[in-house]
Design a protein around this ligand. Structure first.
Ligand SMILES: C[C@H](C(=O)SCCNC(=O)CCNC(=O)[C@H](O)C(C)(C)COP(=O)(O)OP(=O)(O)OC[C@H]1O[C@@H](n2cnc3c(N)ncnc32)[C@H](O)[C@@H]1OP(=O)(O)O)[C@@H](O)C(=O)O
Ligand SMILES: [Mg+2]
Length: 351
């Protein structure tokens, strides 16, 4: 596979386009809250909602009816100018329609030319390989130059095709614009021909069962996680590329307990955040993707016991060494980010 040279990898892809980032901006992205921009009533809530979430995403793709695509795009551009996104620190993203759709070109060109000064991330759906990223990369660079933008707009891919999973490492490495990748369980289930209509979470048919018993009594079985492999593969690809992995949608809006379990599985496996589709999921995402205060205190004990990050120490009967120091650093750094945005948790972490 032909690769760009290290120096050309970071070259702007259009004369006049902003320099690509060599290090990604450090942002809190515990929840990416989806908003249907064509619904006036929901769009009107954005200025009040923005301070309460880490990211607001104007969705132009699935869940937006075909006859409302133009209204959604106009609504997204209106959202860009409803709040001081760059000044107040809440991320402003938009999910555009897929690259082979009749709407992609207008989505991207209008967003960059009319909202690029406030837009942080373009979410690209149904990505199948690095070629999708390369195409969008140069197209956005040309639009950034035309709009006179001084800050590069980043990309976030959705992992929701079988081919995308087979190439997830190449996608993660395809451009300095890559900020992260989310799991899209519904489209991925369809692409893989999985036999489920659920959007994330477990399935009662996906289990393991113990061996038959001599007395013929009932055999114990346990439900398994059908997304374990994909999330773990996604995390490895993203962390290799120095970007973040995210869990995507949880569709059973009424079941917050199962939503929390799915989010928690993703958090423990290394995901940095999740999508929230409904206001009720925002608090769940905040609870799960903010490190637990007791974990933070224990992590800071490890950091204090090994100031230079090397050696060995016993803390509460548990062996700590260079590796656990790095684990503790991940938790402590995340806690610092959360504390900067959430006074209640700042107090809990300092307690
Ligand atoms: C499958 C994967 C995807 O593509 S997922 C992403 C696409 N889907 C979405 O973006 C869905 C976004 N959410 C919604 O459209 C709605 O939440 C809903 C249709 C699921 C439910 O709406 P509704 O029936 O109106 O819910 P409620 O009556 O409970 O609403 C109460 C209240 O909250 C307001 N509301 C609803 N949703 C939102 C929201 N997202 N943000 C802000 N406010 C919201 C609603 O207007 C009510 O307000 P009110 O009390 O003032 O009336 C795929 O990619 C894959 O996996 O592959
Ligand atoms: Mg999808």
């Amino acid at each position: 596979m032909s690769q760009k040279t290290p120096r050309s990898f970071f070259k702007p892809l259009s004369i006049g386009a902003p320099e690509p980032y060599r290090e990604l901006p450090v942002k809190l992205e515990r929840m990416i809250h989806f908003v249907p921009p064509h619904l006036d009533k929901v769009r009107a809530k954005v200025p009040d909602m923005a301070p309460t979430v880490d990211v607001i995403l104007a969705n132009l793709e699935d869940a937006i009816p075909a006859d409302a695509k133009d209204a959604a795009r106009a609504g997204a551009i209106e959202m860009a100018n409803m709040y001081d996104w760059q000044g107040k620190g809440t991320g402003f993203w938009s999910r555009v329609n897929c690259l082979n759709s009749p709407w992609f070109q207008d989505d991207v060109s209008e967003l960059v030319l009319k909202a690029g000064h406030q837009l942080d991330v373009i979410m690209l759906p149904k990505v199948e390989g690095p070629w999708d990223i390369h195409f969008a990369d140069q197209y956005v660079a040309q639009l950034e130059a035309k709009a006179g933008l001084t800050r590069p707009i980043l990309f976030h891919a959705i992992l929701e095709t079988a081919e995308g999973v087979a190439r997830v490492e190449e996608i993660a490495l395809a451009s300095p614009r890559m900020q992260g990748i989310s799991l899209g369980p519904a489209d991925l289930a369809a692409s893989r021909k999985m036999k489920t209509t659920r959007v994330g979470g477990g399935h009662p048919f996906y289990r393991v069962i113990e061996d038959p018993k001599e007395d013929g009594s009932a055999r114990l079985s346990a439900q398994q996680d059908p997304w374990h492999y994909t999330i773990a593969r996604l995390v490895d690809a993203c962390r290799m590329a120095g970007i973040n992995a995210f869990y995507g949608p949880f569709g059973d809006i009424g079941d917050l307990e199962a939503c929390e379990q799915q989010f928690r599985n993703a958090f423990l496996l290394g995901c940095a955040g999740t999508w929230s589709l409904h206001p009720s999921q925002i608090a769940v995402a905040k609870r799960v993707f903010s490190p637990d205060p007791e974990e933070v205190k224990f992590a800071r004990k490890i950091l204090a016991a090994m100031p230079d990050g090397s050696g060995v120490a016993m803390i509460d009967g548990k062996m700590q060494d260079d590796a656990t120091w790095k684990q503790a650093k991940v938790i402590s750094d995340l806690a610092d980010l959360v504390a900067s945005k959430d006074p209640d948790l700042a107090a809990a972490y300092a307690g």
